[in-house]
Each structure stands twice: as structure tokens, then as C-alpha cells.
Design a protein around this ligand. Structure first.
Ligand code: MRU
Length: 371
């Protein structure tokens, strides 16, 4: 996608052919910084400390992290240790485990001398596949937006509310929740996006608003608590969010606060959709509430906010008393019954075991589908 006049992906191979370049998202929207990862540990830190974030991008970064390590040491021991190191970085997004399992399955049968090249090749494929998946999600979601647009007066925008950042910087390109929005904009279907600021880390205010602005998509930043009010007033036509892990039964785990938006949407008859790439489906999990590990992040993310100071520098300020403890669960689970539909690369389906099985019969036939 575009940053100024340049087209960027969120991750790419450095010109030296071995390092991996990423956009360090901690500094957006005020500073656009590119960093090069040269070691497994650097890749692990980048994921853990959220230089990169968003389920699909976490997966792609982990794949490249493994490739970097295979160049240093391609032994089975190094392969397993790299899997462990990267897997320990963040617990909730299933794309991480998916990418690591995929890489290990590709690399394990190969002679040691071939592993490094094969690892870089497979990491690049995983990245390219992510882009294709997101474009397909975009096309499938665009049909839903068009349908709503057809019921509006000519030129009247479709109002879409989104939470967190499931945009192109959360993926390799296009985003999941944003892909239908970008395609609608490209095709001249008028849209307007309500962007939840998404406390505590403000991915909506800092990343989604920045992305949409770069692409000329009309948008309005709102505080997290405004969504229900806007829905009551008929100001939201649909909600589209991303997901870090969706169960085989259609329960959707996503950024903390997503569940409250789904409740408000249900109460107000607003359709609630989830952009869902298939690597984000955890076919082994049947009950999202009981089985998905919810990341608990540092309390400092709640007690402090980061922004640009009047001196033009990025700065952090404390917003609560020094003695007040804070809790920071980073994700929540929206039960399938609150989800209108899952927008996947293969089409839109009901959020249920049956719905997912119609689009992914091979998972069903492999005996992986839920009871
Ligand atoms: O903690 P983050 O910023 O990694 O959380 C990101 C989200 O919750 C996204 O909605 C999700 O990963 C989907 S990204 C296409």
C-alpha cells in the first residue's frame, strides 16, 4: 500500500538478501522508521515488543526469523529452538504457530545444506500468499459493502466501524478488515470509516487512521466507548474487524473491546463481520472462551499513553496515579452467535462449524472439524 508516493509492504527482504526489513510500528503515525532484522533474537524482540504486530504479520515475521536462523545454523536443534523462541513471543495470534509449523514441516525433511535457501523461499511464499488471501477477502467483503450501498441514496457513504488495526500494516499488504474498504475506495463505492482509538495501545488512532489517511479514505476517529451510541443513532451500517484466532466453531478472538462492539451491534441490528484469513482459523479449538490463551500485557500500557509532544518529539505520559494498579488483558472472545458472517478468502460464511466446513471441506474431511 502507499506511504506518500511509494508502495510498501510491511515486511520485505533487505537488499543484502539476508536481513529482513520491517516498518517499526511503535513510532507511527508521527515517524516512519524502517529497521532491518539480522538475527533470530531481533525477530523475536520485534514481535514481542510490537515493532510488528497483527496476526498475519506476526506469522510472516516469524517465518523470516526462522530463515535468518537457518542461515546461521541449519541443524534440527536450531530449527526446534527457533520454533520455541519465536512461539514464546506472543500467545494469542494463531498465525504465529501456523507459520512456524509450516516452516518446520517444509524444512525438516531437507538436507542441512538446502535449509536456509528453502526457508527464505517459503517465508517469501507465506508473505505472497497473505497478500493474495487479503485481496480475496477484499473482493468478498466488497460485495457486502456494495449490497448496503445499493440501498442508499447515490453518493451516500456506507458507514463502517472498525476496531484496532486489521489494516495493511497488520498483514503483509491490504489488511483483512480494511481490504474490502480499500477495494471499495478503488472502485468508487463511497465509504466512511469510524475508527475506534483502541486503548491501551491506540492501534486505531495511530495505525488505522494513518493508513486510511494515506489512501484518501474518509474516516473519523472515535473513542472506544462511542460505538454503541453511534449505532443507536443509525450512524453505522456495518462493523468489520479482524481476528487473531477464530475457532472451528466460529468464536472470534480479537483485540480487547471487540466483544463490546459485537454486543452493541447485535442490540442495534448492525451487521458484524470479521475479516478472516484461513491461517487464522484454529481448527483444534472448539470453545474460544475456555481454550484461547489471552495475552496479558504490561500494566504500563494502561497507565501511560504515547504521543507527539508540543516539542515535536514522541513522548510518554502517565495518566493515572503512580500507586494505582492496572490490568491489561489484550484480547477478548466474541461468541459466534454475535457474528453475522466471516469474510474469508473463499467466500463469506456463517460463524459456525457448519459455515466454516462449507468453505473449508478439506479440514472437515480431515477429521479436524469440531463436533
Ligand atoms: O495486539 P495487536 O496489535 O497485534 O492486535 C491486532 C489485532 O487485534 C488485529 O485485529 C488482528 O491481529 C487481525 S490483523 C489482520
Amino acid at each position: 500500500m502507499k506511504v506518500g508516493e511509494h508502495h510498501y509492504r510491511s515486511i520485505w527482504l533487505n537488499v543484502d538478501g539476508h536481513g529482513v526489513d520491517i516498518i517499526d510500528q511503535r513510532w507511527l503515525p508521527h515517524e516512519f522508521r524502517v529497521e532491518t532484522l539480522h538475527t533470530l533474537d531481533a525477530a523475536a524482540v520485534a514481535i514481542r515488543d510490537m515493532w510488528v504486530r497483527g496476526a498475519p504479520l506476526i506469522g510472516a515475521t516469524a517465518a523470516y526469523g526462522m530463515a535468518i536462523e537457518m542461515r546461521r545454523d541449519a541443524s534440527d536443534e536450531a530449527l526446534d529452538a527457533a520454533w520455541e523462541t519465536l512461539h514464546a513471543t506472543r500467545p494469542t495470534a494463531i498465525n504465529l504457530r501456523w507459520a512456524l509449523d509450516d516452516m518446520r514441516a517444509v524444512l525438516r525433511p531437507l538436507p542441512l545444506a538446502e535449509r536456509a535457501n528453502a526457508a527464505y523461499r517459503r517465508a517469501a511464499e507465506i508473505s505472497d500468499e497473505d497478500v493474495e488471501i487479503n485481496r480475496a477477502i477484499g473482493r468478498n467483503g466488497l460485495a457486502l459493502i456494495r449490497e448496503i450501498a445499493s440501498r442508499k441514496k447515490p453518493g451516500e457513504p456506507v458507514n463502517i466501524l472498525t476496531h484496532c488495526n486489521a489494516g495493511w500494516v497488520a498483514t503483509v499488504d491490504y489488511g483483512t478488515a480494511t481490504a474490502p474498504i480499500y477495494l471499495a475506495t478503488e472502485e468508487g463505492v463511497p465509504v466512511h470509516v469510524y475508527v475506534d482509538e483502541t486503548r491501551p495501545r491506540n492501534q486505531g488512532a495511530q495505525l488505522t487512521a494513518w493508513e486510511l489517511g494515506c489512501h484518501g479514505v474518509p474516516h473519523t476517529l472515535i473513542v472506544d466507548n462511542a460505538g454503541g451510541h453511534l449505532m443507536q443513532r443509525g450512524m453505522v451500517d456495518m462493523v468489520i474487524v479482524g481476528t487473531d484466532r477464530t475457532t472451528a466453531n466460529g468464536d472470534v478472538c480479537n483485540k480487547i473491546g471487540t466483544y463490546l462492539k459485537a454486543l452493541a451491534a447485535q442490540d442495534n441490528g448492525v451487521p458484524f463481520y470479521v475479516g478472516l484469513p484461513s491461517p487464522t482459523i484454529d481448527w483444534t479449538v472448539r470453545d474460544g472462551l475456555k481454550e484461547i490463551p489471552i495475552e496479558e500485557r504490561s500494566a504500563d500500557e494502561v497507565s501511560f499513553v504515547q504521543g507527539r509532544g508540543e516539542d515535536g518529539r514522541t513522548t510518554r505520559v502517565r495518566i493515572s496515579p503512580e500507586t494505582t494498579p492496572a490490568a491489561n488483558p489484550a484480547f477478548d472472545v466474541t461468541p459466534a452467535r454475535l457474528v453475522t458472517g466471516l469474510i474469508t478468502e473463499r467466500g463469506v460464511c456463517e460463524a459456525s462449524a457448519k459455515g466454516l466446513a462449507t468453505l473449508f471441506p478439506e479440514k472437515h474431511n480431515a477429521g479436524n472439524a469440531p463436533r
